[in-house]
Design a protein around this ligand. Sequence first.
Ligand code: PEP
Ligand code: MG
Length: 756
Amino acid sequence: MLTQTPNLGIRGKRSLLRQIREALASGGPAQARLDIVVQIIARSMVAEVCSLYLRRGNGDMELFATEGLDPGAVHLTRLKPGEGLVGEIIRLGRPLNLSDAPNHPAFSYRPETGEDPFHAFMGVPLLRGGRVIGVLVVQNRTERSYSEDEVEDLQIVAMVLAEMVAGGELATAGPLKGIDLVPQKPERLKGARFADGLALGVAVLHEPPVAPAQLLAEDVTAEDARLKSAITSLQAQIDSMLEGQHGLVEASYEVLETYRMFAHDRGWGRSLEDAVRNGLSAEAAVERVRSEHRARLGQARDPYLRERLHDFEDLADRLLRHLTGNGATARDLPENAILIARNLGPADLLEYDRGRLKGLLLEEGSATSHAAIVARALGIPCVGRLSGLRDRISENDPVIVDAETGEAYLRPRPDVIKALQARMDVRQQRQAEFAKLITTPGITRDGTKINLLMNAGLDVDLDILGKTGAEGIGLFRTEFQFMVAEEMPRLDAQTALYRRVMDAAGDMPVTFRTLDLGGDKVLPYMEAEREDNPALGWRAIRMGLDRPALLRLQLRALISAAKGRPLKVMFPLVASVDEFRSARALVDHEVAWALRRGRPAPARLDVGAMIEAPALIWHLDALLPMTDFVSVGTNDLMQYLFAADRGNPRVSDRYDFLSPPALRALAAIQKACVETGTPVSVCGEMAGRPLEAFVLVALGYESLSMPPSGIGPVKQMVLSCDREAASRGVSTLIRSGAGSIRNEIETLARKLYLAI
Ligand code: PEP
Ligand code: MG
């Protein structure tokens, strides 16, 4: 007959957790404190055995304290990763509840422990974030099955214990030193560069773990109500996001629907409610359910399951924000804060104190994600796609953001810090030199004026416009406003932004690029159908022409913001002359619309095309006469020329732009523009790299638009450049060379005493 005992009840649990807390805080030797803790747990759970295993740095699970097993086995019994029932719990990331443990195939008998007479076994992982730092086990002699409530009780004890042991001073105490409670070793993680720069500082967790003191609820009924109300407002928010699509894109609601499905998911809600009913605070309940998902799904190889983990993580973050009243409370940051997050939402980064925030590390994201865009605009170095980041770092750990190489150093060694500081010094000196050039015009030694413009896309970019020495905005990426918003910006929001941009630029020119969405730039509130090749798919002007309402709304906003001032508009990813003709007709249509309503037309209207699709290179004779200007988007042009996805690190750097095919394409565009008298600029990232910009100048380009950080270095190059000599040298090299001619161009630059 299997027997069951009732669970502890809230009172019992509170008293148990209080006793554990007191024992851990008692101040005696660490080992003695842990010994008392396992005694207390065994007694409360009516178990004959209670054992605590902790994970060593090498992954072994070491028996650290036991009540009921042979005390001689403590620190002696070590289980290799995956070994025994303890290994099984870690593998599964969830509890194991067995009435007859020795008969389980994973059971590994250790004679030193004397555990053979114990049949009933219940073990739960000690989770912190998504990391399993140990395992807590209770055992009984009789064959009995532990009830679900008892499993729940032990999980709560394990959660609190994990926080108290790992989050407190005990973690660094004597016998626990070699234990992998909190990551202690220096680590280097390789990720992707999202925003250039270097930073050294201390880690600040965007989602800090719930403090041990706040793990338990004072009043379970009130806490349950708080949780339910947060879930209800979360559901309402997601429902309204779904409705808030304004019918702009009739495409599928797939992603939001999935969101909604999870938010209304009974299983998720019930796990949370159970945890609260068992005494946890609502925040702790969210954390607990999240940790379990992470430990379980984080190991999944199936991309579908991993996606689901993202969805759950997003929901957990949203729910926490609802619980903490939208979390808008910007936290006090230490000096030199490096923010650590899984990913950041549209407004998150802007809520932190810019003066103290020195760097950003993200576990996920992409170079076109909200956080990356905002980080670049704010000039905060950012490295992303650092897998496992949050589980390997604790608050206040020293960290380095190396966004030159796309790496993060956690708890770096002193020599690494020293080397970084030297690099930071060099950067700083260079910045000071560039600052001196702000008012100097970019004229080559032989007298050609090179227009240096800045790429922008957000309000925050406007702050630095005057500080860079840029002579205007050569590319204003209007989609950024859409990408950092929670919902589709309406006409007045668009108009207001464009007006601010024109006001800030004053007499300087601004080229507004119409929405370049699709491809890798997806909006959460405007999900298009999944495509096999999004970069080659329904994006940019294609979307604009197929759904003209959105494009017309934007053109209307631009015309209205210009209010009689000059306006420059260009279309992204034009691939055929017809597309440009149709797009241009929409502009004319909107101007006529404004005039009919007695509103002013722009004083001067320039309509241009981006040259990004290689097909246009062979149709410039037809295109250029229709355009007022063109701008070469080398990021996309090169991706299509070389058939190499710009967002895929495996191939994005595989082909050098400084090679004959790429440079011949650029030379052909420049030549056709000169022949037709069409103003042309280059606005891809390459325009902001001095050596590449040197080649563009040599090819005859006189207008370059680039990220703000490129202006200083490129201007320095321009001032030292003899364009005639550069032209001669580069045209010879283009005719030779098989693959990359970068080395040859560097040699040429040295010969010409170029400052790069
Ligand atoms: C480009 O493709 O070069 C460009 C400037 O546009 P984006 O990087 O926004 O695609
Ligand atoms: Mg582009």
